[in-house]
Ligand binder design. Structure first.
Ligand SMILES: [Zn+2]
Length: 509
């Protein structure tokens, strides 16, 4: 969501009258927002401010019925425009009037309003739809998790097309009201604050609100039978965690991890500054996947995260994303390091705080773990390519880059950078270059070479000044660093980061 300067309406009206537009001045909005990694993601020509999703879901059949009301502003004169969406659409209205629409390919909904839309105007779009998300396959694959008692949408880089129409790219963030009606005894979990819930004629409606800009892939829905815990933080922030009643042997370890959410968020506030959103929590549905995802205010955790006992490290990772990824979002998917390098480094900092190995010890261990001919070093965290977007190197080499920065600028500047960045770019978008510029500004040091070495060179950095001090020492002596105590817990959050997605085979989120 981009902030706009409001023009007094009388003036706006006179400007419009002064420049009558002819049909030739209107053009179709682009079917993609311009992300080279995912050309079909998002759309051109408008910017969404708010989504109102009014849904009804039947767990027995997986039938989802919805009315999406989208409030947007046009950025060009539009003869037509696209939304990203995969389910069957029954009706579209633009500014109240019926609009023509057509499906194009797997995920494009092309909308032609009754009258063309002028640039800089507020526009409302209502889409009525129905379908079974589990039956929508794009490239043979579905992001929708069908569970024994419902369904879950939580996937990166996209999941929205399976359950609501959107401008599906992090560049266009918006606020959300998500209202979901489900059979009594079933719960619907989403982001933000549970404003209200009420039951009538056998159906219970849950009303959720996210009042800060939220990317479409961070918007989540989980329907099923959950046990819900609620509380407030010392500062009065509502906390809501939800656990499927069907977690089997993982139930205890899941709770022993996710119930640490408030404590972890308080610690992260010391590192990253004030928590950026209106609610806290997490949920563990009865899905068969293995990964976790930083869905805004309420991360998604697969039960398998807790197969070997409690793992607070994954909670640290997903909550760190609330600052790095959710509040400050990527400008394009190539900037994924700004999310994952920092979320991984926060796990190292938690290890350091818990006395289970310092960030330097973890850096030394991981640096030594991968010999120079390991393909690990060919992945460029600063621009990994769509096939390597969630490669382990984006995480581990990405965190090594931050340890190298810490060694270069010293702890005082390093932690000032970590805390300052989420404030400077709160609720916005930023890229890797923006971070380099910011780190140079805070530290007063030229850092382009350091980041080039650690984020862009397709080879193992050779010690020197840029390498973590300990790693350089180890390289000289040939002694392999000991495995820090926390390493296994952190590495466990690698193997469970598998998307189960053909296109992004390795690690995620
Ligand atoms: Zn992550």
């Amino acid at each position: 969501m981009h902030r706009r300067i409001l023009v007094p309406s009388a003036l706006a009206a006179s400007l419009v009258l002064a420049i009558p537009a002819s049909a030739a001045d209107f053009a179709a909005g682009a079917p993609g927002i311009g992300d080279p990694y995912y050309p079909a993601s998002g759309n051109g020509g408008y910017d969404v401010a708010h989504y109102d999703l009014r849904l009804k879901y039947r767990p027995a059949t997986d039938l989802l019925e919805g009315t999406a009301t989208i409030v947007a502003t046009t950025k060009q004169n539009l003869s037509r425009f696209n939304l990203d969406f995969g389910l069957a659409v029954g009706e579209v209205r633009v500014n109240g009037r019926k609009a023509a629409f057509a499906k194009r390919g797997d995920r494009e909904l092309e909308i032609t309003p009754a009258t063309p839309l002028e640039k800089g105007r507020s526009v409302s779009v209502v889409v009525r739809y129905a379908g079974k998300p589990s039956e929508l396959k794009i490239g043979g694959w579905t992001a929708w998790h069908r569970t024994p008692d419902g369904g879950v949408a939580a996937q990166e880089p996209d999941s929205a097309v399976w359950w609501f129409p959107s401008n599906d790219h992090p560049l266009d963030k918006a606020t959300y009201d998500v209202s979901v009606s489900v059979p009594d005894g079933t719960q619907a979990i989403s982001n933000g604050v549970l404003q209200s819930q009420s039951s009538r004629l056998g159906w219970t409606r849950f009303n959720w609100r996210s009042n800060k800009p939220q990317a479409s892939y961070l918007t989540t829905l989980a329907v099923g039978k959950f046990d819900i815990t609620t509380d407030k933080t010392a500062k009065g922030l509502p906390v809501l965690n939800a656990y499927s009643r069907d977690l089997g042997d993982h139930a205890g370890a899941a709770r022993a991890s996710v119930e640490r959410t408030t404590e972890v968020a308080e610690w992260l506030e010391e590192v990253f500054g004030p928590y950026p959103f209106n609610a806290l929590g997490g949920y563990v549905p009865n899905v068969t996947s293995g990964y976790a995802l930083e869905t805004q205010t309420r991360p998604f955790y697969s039960p398998r995260q807790f197969a070997n006992g409690a793992n607070v490290s994954v909670v640290v990772h997903e909550l760190a994303h609330q600052w790095y990824g959710d509040s400050v979002s990527v400008k394009g998917w190539k900037d994924i390091w700004v999310n994952e390098g920092f979320a991984r480094y926060s796990q190292w900092l938690w290890s350091e705080k818990e006395g289970e190995g310092t960030a330097q010890e973890l850096a030394d261990y991981i640096y030594a773990l991968h010999p120079a001919d390991d393909p690990f070093w060919t992945v460029k965290p600063g621009d990994p390519g769509p096939d390597k977007q969630f490669d382990i190197a984006v995480y581990d080499r990405g965190a090594l880059a931050l340890q190298a920065l810490r060694n270069e600028v010293g702890d005082e500047d390093f932690f000032a950078i970590l805390k300052g960045w989420p404030t400077v770019h709160a609720h916005g978008n930023a890229n890797v270059g923006d971070f380099v510029t910011y780190a140079e500004k805070v530290s007063g040091k030229p850092l382009a070479e350091l980041f080039d070495t650690w984020l862009y060179e397709p080879s193992k950095p050779a010690g020197a000044a840029a390498a973590p001090a300990g790693a350089a020492a180890a390289a000289r002596t040939g002694v392999r660093p000991a495995q820090p105590t926390s390493y296994r817990k952190i590495a466990a959050t690698n193997s469970v980061h598998d998307h189960g997605h053909d296109h992004h085979r390795s690690h995620g989120h």
